[in-house]
Write a protein that binds this ligand. Structure first.
Ligand code: BMA
Length: 876
């Protein structure tokens, strides 16, 4: 089948949306093979059934058992209320999927079935013959079916064994319990058995402190029939050498699959302009299928992370041809750049910083978890929305965390496009794993495959062995807790060392030369020196009793995790619990808080900070979001002010995989919480930031720009009624790529109490305000904010359906939140502070045009603190 026929096929089928997007995306960004290689995606006519029953029902592929059962109303929505508990039987059953597909042309020399993702224990039968036993959702499988395929109708059957039933004997065989703190075996009814560690399957499926336990099975990525003659491209490695703005040498290693000896020509060219970079004739055979080519690009436009420059990408096409006949071709976007993790001894201890194109860049970013419990529910649009929201929030790094999954290709294409450097964990988190030969071999194959798949992406910047396993072993006292014998302890830690200090890095470095960090944090090596060496996770503020100030006294070289929980928007939650359950301690809401002591921790601080009434759900949601926003803002500014001692800040976490109380800054429905606006502001290229240190106000400017800039710095102190207490304006030259203190003054100079003031710092360049930041010196509850303010407001409807809202005030307002009566839309800003003398202009853009009259209401912390209701701004 020719490529355009495949596209037509895609147009004709029913559940094509995902596949269509897959093709378009593949064309736009990724890898696509045309030419003599035919690829036929088998996504139609699928049916499924419970193995021990006889009812076949239609199925969506790619998908999973839970979503298919849901489509047929065989289970209730597991995201609603406490339904999660009712569907725990699903993972104890075996499930069968089957379909038929037609083959008209058997003339190609090689026919292969490619399974891009089977979750997880699957026996695959073609026309009744077993062709594959799969046991790792992170791997793909290519099976030679040249002999087994028939002309006409063929039957494909995939038998999924229950991951619980499969893992139980494996667990028992180990002979000692393994550790997996987040595996919710209680809900899953597996007693003390933490089965997640036995299976190469996304850890978060078994429960996490922000996720339910929904242990899926299913065909979650494409299955396709690949038919080809003679030679096809298996994989390519583009290694960049001598990178500079003048030149880059690219060593291309092509790994071919060969079914018949051939004299082929390999061309490398620019897919857009057709310009040929290199051409080479090679004799290939099954024994000799590795070829290297060298070429160079003069004056390459380098790839930069978000904020530092363009994300230049070169679409490199590699063609394998025999004379004029193209046998296979492959196009990939390559970004020219050098990227290293620099860990070298220095005056402080040992650095941890990313060097991009020779420049040490402060990493501003976040941790990413899978976008849904059911991976195929993460549409390409949703994925792009999340990645774009990170770029819009001025981030330049995203960490793909080890309890989830190696994301689909699109994720990395988007990171290439938006300039987010990927910190890629291997898929191990907060657990200890078995060390038998089968397990190790399975992991090595998984590492090899994912490294090969991801290594050419401009965005993929570093690899990390695992999340928090060394911290657990060397810092949490789990050896005592688990009561392992000495012999078992030794075996467990030796298995750990073998995997993370030998097998994984050795396999990785066979296929890619980017840097490897064994564990985040690297506790074995740096446990006692986390402020001076390596990266650090800081959870003392969330867990308490430490307050935000703790961030200030504990600034590491790179903060790879910290954060604070909040509740999602009320409109989001009301879709997933009954009306009666819209209160913190209801059964429905409790099931949407997965962290131990989560509600208590939030409420303790939120009530302390804002004096909010814990029984008023809406106010609690609002206050929890503000608390999270202020927490992240404080931490980020603290980390950035300490640049270059600290060279990175990745908060936990950007997204949710279902509607839940969590550390996310964007909720499951894609709504920005207060924290996402705060993070965006704190991550701007140039910020002003005030620190109150021993009764002295220190005004900093932090700049990520690479050039010095001239600007005017304005420092105003206002009392909370809006009167100016102090005002200074000065000319400054902002030093590049660093943080510096530019101005200071003592609190005593002001003659008012710190509860009564706000310090407003403004940076002005060529008459334009490039930053404004408000610093409140006391805890929110103590602020003498007035409720008796005049809010001037203007709501202007635009022709395109958006609204412009202009606000100004006579008194200082804190935490201004605007809500629209129509639910879905985006705000250019929200949850901000407003000071007298400025007019704040916000645009609200509805997601879809609305015929309804849109109303806006405003609430402020001023009123919440004094328990007064929001006021409604009617449309003008
Ligand atoms: C971090 C993560 C996750 C967890 C989060 C919040 O350490 O690695 O394991 O969800 O903390 O507790």
């Amino acid at each position: 089948m020719k490529f355009f026929e495949i596209i037509i096929e895609l147009f004709m089928c029913n559940s094509i949306k995902r596949l269509l997007l897959f093709s378009i995306v593949a064309l736009c960004y990724g890898t696509v093979s045309l030419a003599q290689v035919d690829q036929f995606i088998i996504n139609k006519g699928w049916e499924f059934k419970q193995a021990d029953k006889n009812e076949w029902l239609s199925a969506t592929v790619p998908g999973c058992v839970h979503t298919d059962l849901l489509d047929h109303k065989k289970i209730e929505d597991p995201y609603f209320g406490t339904n999660e508990k009712k569907v725990q039987w699903v993972d104890k059953k075996d499930w069968v999927y089957k379909t038929t597909f037609k083959v008209n042309d058997l003339n190609k020399q090689k026919q292969e079935l490619v399974f891009e993702g089977l979750d997880t224990y699957a026996d695959v039968y073609l026309n009744g013959e077993k062709i594959l036993t799969a046991d790792n959702m992170f791997r793909s499988w290519t099976i030679d079916v040249t002999k087994g395929l028939k002309k006409g109708e063929n039957e494909l059957k995939v038998y999924f064994h229950s991951p619980i039933k499969m893992a139980t004997p494996l667990w028992d065989e180990v002979g000692y319990p393994l550790y997996a703190i987040n595996d919710d075996s209680k809900t899953g009814n597996t007693g003390d058995r933490k089965l997640s560690v036995m299976t190469r399957k996304a850890g978060y499926h078994y429960g996490w402190d922000w996720g339910p336990r929904l242990v899926t099975s299913g065909i979650y990525r494409n299955i396709y029939l690949k038919s080809w003659n003679k030679v096809t491209v298996d994989n390519i490695r583009y290694q960049q050498k001598n990178v500079s703005e003048k030149n880059v040498d690219i060593l291309t290693t092509v790994n071919l699959n060969v079914v018949e000896n051939a004299n082929v020509t390999i061309d490398v060219l620019d897919a857009k302009s057709g310009k040929k970079y290199a051409s080479q004739e090679v004799k290939v055979s099954a024994n000799d299928k590795l070829t290297t080519l060298k070429f160079n690009i003069k004056k390459p436009k380098l790839w930069w992370s978000n904020g530092l420059g363009e994300q230049n990408l070169y679409p490199i096409k590699l063609v394998v041809r025999e004379g004029d006949k193209v046998l296979d071709e492959n196009t990939q976007n390559i970004g020219i750049r050098t990227i290293n993790l620099i860990t070298e001894k220095d005056d402080i201890g040992e650095s941890f910083k990313i060097r991009l194109n020779g420049i040490d860049v402060f990493m501003k970013g976040t941790n990413y978890i899978p976008g849904d419990m059911f991976l195929t529910e993460v549409s390409d649009e949703k994925m792009e929305e999340t990645i774009k929201a990170c770029a819009d929030a001025n981030m330049n790094m995203i960490r793909v965390w080890g309890g989830g999954t190696y994301e689909k290709d699109l994720f990395y294409d988007l990171c290439d496009k938006y300039g987010l450097i990927v910190w890629q964990d291997f898929m191990f988190a907060c657990s200890l794993y078995p060390g038998d030969e089968n397990f190790v071999a399975n992991v090595k194959a998984e590492v090899k495959e994912n490294v090969i798949r991801l290594r050419n992406h401009a965005s993929v910047g570093m690899w990390c062995g695992n999340n928090e396993i060394e911290w657990a072993w060397f810092g949490w006292g789990i050896q005592k807790q688990m009561k392992w014998s000495e012999a078992d302890s030794t075996k467990i830690i030796n298995d750990y060392f073998r995997l993370f200090t030998e097998e994984i890095p050795n396999t990785l470095h066979e296929y890619d030369d980017k840097d490897y960090w064994a564990s985040s944090p690297y506790f074995r090596k740096y446990g006692d020196h986390l402020e001076t060496k390596g990266d650090r996770h800081l959870w003392d503020v969330w867990k308490g009793p430490k307050s935000w100030d703790y961030y200030k006294s504990h600034v590491p070289r790179f903060m790879s995790e910290y954060g604070y929980q909040s509740y999602p928007e009320v409109e989001t939650m009301q879709k997933y619990v009954t009306k009666e359950d819209l209160s913190l301690w209801s059964p429905g809401m409790r099931n949407h808080q997965k962290a131990k002591y989560g509600n208590k921790r939030i409420m303790k601080n939120v009530t302390k900070e804002f004096a909010v009434d814990g029984n008023n759900f809406e106010k609690v949601v609002y206050a929890s979001q503000l608390y999270q926003a202020y927490d992240l803002q404080f931490a980020i500014e603290t980390h950035r002010r300490k640049m270059p001692h600290c060279m990175g800040s990745l908060y936990w976490q950007v997204n949710d995989c279902w509607p839940v109380a969590s550390w996310a800054s964007i909720d499951y429905e894609g709504k920005w919480k207060a924290s996402h606006y705060a993070v965006r502001d704190a991550y701007k290229d140039v910020i002003t930031s005030v620190s109150l240190d021993e009764a002295q106000f220190n005004v900093y400017i932090v700049s990520d720009l690479l050039k010095a800039e001239k600007a005017k710095l304005k420092v105003d102190v206002l009392n909370l009624n809006g009167q100016v207490v102090k005002s200074e304006m000065m000319d400054v030259t902002i030093d590049p790529n660093t943080s510096k203190m530019y101005y200071q003054f003592p609190l005593t100079e002001l003659a008012i109490d710190k509860k009564e003031l706000v310090v407003v710092t403004t940076l002005i360049q060529k008459g334009k305000k490039i930053d404004q930041n408000e610093f409140f010196a006391a805890r929110n509850k103590d602020l003498t904010l007035s409720t008796d303010y005049q809010l001037e407001k203007k709501v202007i409807a635009q022709n395109d359906g958006s609204y412009v809202i202009e606000l100004s005030t006579d008194k200082v307002l804190r935490g201004v939140k605007i809500t629209s009566s129509v639910e879905y839309g985006t705000w250019t800003d929200n949850y901000f502070d407003l000071v007298p003398g400025e007019t704040k202009k916000i645009v609200w853009q509805p997601t879809a045009p609305s015929t309804e009259k849109v109303e806006f209401s405003v609430q402020t912390l001023n009123k919440i603190l004094k328990d007064q209701p929001a006021e409604v701004l009617s449309q003008l």
